[in-house]
Design a protein around this ligand. Structure first.
Ligand SMILES: NC(=O)c1ccc[n+]([C@@H]2O[C@H](COP(=O)([O-])OP(=O)(O)OC[C@H]3O[C@@H](n4cnc5c(N)ncnc54)[C@H](O)[C@@H]3O)[C@@H](O)[C@H]2O)c1
Length: 383
């Protein structure tokens, strides 16, 4: 039997402010160069790739064209050949109920009873398509093959440092909205300038504590602090060992910046509560910036239960009325932090995903894909 080329179709993202992409031009170029010998003994391309135009994607459409991709209009995936895999990151356009006939690879947010999950899966069932969810692509050890955690921690720590510097140099003025950076160099040099200004104005370099420091987000947060020039002695790294006795931890008030990066898998006592912020020790509170990368605000075991709303790039900061001191206590809880650096976030994600995308050519037998296929079947059963 003659093997057929696998058709990947990169759709445009329609979610507001989403500049990231699941396949970079570099990844496309590499995929298009993949060759295999078919049953007739001839060499053939493993993939062909169609890329939709997009007004918000961080990479220009010409880069995809140069990589050898075919270009299509935004939203043209609806009429893509039936065997094409439709690749994206975030939600499909809202207010659409048409049946979905393709196999879609993206973050469907449909398997943890999220709003609208039944309607989405029912659309797949009606159209005969499948959701092959990016969030559930796991390796043999059950670890996600690709995730945005590193860049989330990196971006979260960056916003924390920038906010701290802002509060030193412009006390009492609101922290402005955040715009994405073209690359991490630009972000790091901006932060170095901001910290230098704060220090020139009389502030000491801040001490920052990262909880969950050994994980993906935590590693990214610590790396950013190092690159921004924070002295190693001023970066405090906590993980399971340091929190094993259970919170609250009033000693957290001694650090200027707290970055929470834990993966909350089981109930734990809180790290810091509204009451902790009122203890005598809090009179000497240094803590003025909390970045909650984990953003477990709706979880009953949220380890930072003194605030209850997430924040956004447009309004990044929530002021917490805290205690007797005049030091502000600002919380940043943005649940889409990697968007701060769309190019690096996309590049890292596409690199981590590469080997798994290669296996799409054997989608019916490759374990990583049959697992998500089974998950789809189970979750959509009976709809
Ligand atoms: N805000 C965003 O934009 C964004 C983006 C990606 C991920 N996240 C979230 O960040 C969280 C972490 O993700 P990750 O990929 O880094 O997870 P991970 O599993 O790679 O790392 C989590 C780390 O937390 C540590 N940890 C768990 N419980 C702890 C505790 N009680 N005390 C101290 N350390 C503890 C673990 O040992 C591990 O080192 C997740 O909740 C994820 O959903 C947020």
């Amino acid at each position: 039997m003659t093997a057929t080329t696998t058709h990947l179709w990169l759709r445009e993202e329609t979610k507001e402010h989403e500049h990231r992409v699941v396949l970079t031009p570099d990844a496309c170029k590499k995929l298009l160069a993949e060759r295999r010998t078919n049953a007739d003994g001839h060499e053939e391309a493993v993939f062909r790739i169609t890329v939709e135009r997009s007004t918000q994607r961080i990479f220009d459409i010409h880069e995809y064209e140069l990589a050898g991709c075919t270009i299509a209009a935004g939203g043209a995936w609806r009429d893509a050949p039936a065997d094409a895999f439709i690749l994206g990151l975030k939600e499909l356009p809202e207010n659409d109920t048409t049946p979905l006939k393709h196999r879609h690879v993206y973050f469907g947010h449909a398997y943890k009873n999220q709003a609208g999950w039944k309607d989405l899966l029912a659309r797949f069932k009606r159209g005969g398509g499948q959701l092959l969810d990016l969030e559930f692509l796991n390796d043999e050890k059950g670890r996600r093959v690709a995730a945005f955690g590193y860049m989330a921690g990196f971006a979260g720590a960056a916003v924390g440092l920038d906010l701290w510097a802002h509060n030193q140099t412009n006390p009492g003025t609101p922290y402005p909205s955040i715009k994405p950076y073209e690359n991490d160099e630009q972000l790091v040099s901006h932060l170095k300038k901001r910290i230098a200004q704060a220090v020139a104005g009389g502030a000491n370099q801040p001490k920052a504590i990262v909880i969950g420091a050994l994980g993906r987000c935590g590693t990214g947060a610590c790396d950013l602090l190092v690159r921004a020039g924070i002295a190693d002695a001023n970066i405090i790294r906590w993980d399971m060992a340091e929190t094993k006795n259970g919170g609250p931890f009033p000693q957290l008030l001694e650090y200027e910046i707290l970055v929470n990066c834990i993966y909350l898998a089981t109930p734990i006592p809180p790290f810091l509560t509204a009451e902790t912020l009122l203890t005598p020790k809090s009179d000497k509170r240094h803590l003025s910036v909390v970045v909650d990368v984990s953003c477990d605000v709706t979880n009953p075991h949220n380890p930072l239960p003194f605030y209850s709303e997430t924040t956004t790039f447009d309004a990044p900061v929530l002021a917490v009325a805290a205690d007797r001191t005049s030091t502000p206590l600002d919380v940043v809880a943005i649940d889409h932090l990697p968007t701060l650096l769309p190019a690096e976030s996309s590049t890292r994600f596409a690199q981590d995903l590469y080997a798994t995308i290669l296996q799409l050519a054997e989608v019916d037998t490759a374990r990583v894909w049959t697992d998500v296929r089974k998950l789809f079947d189970t979750k959509s059963e009976g709809l």
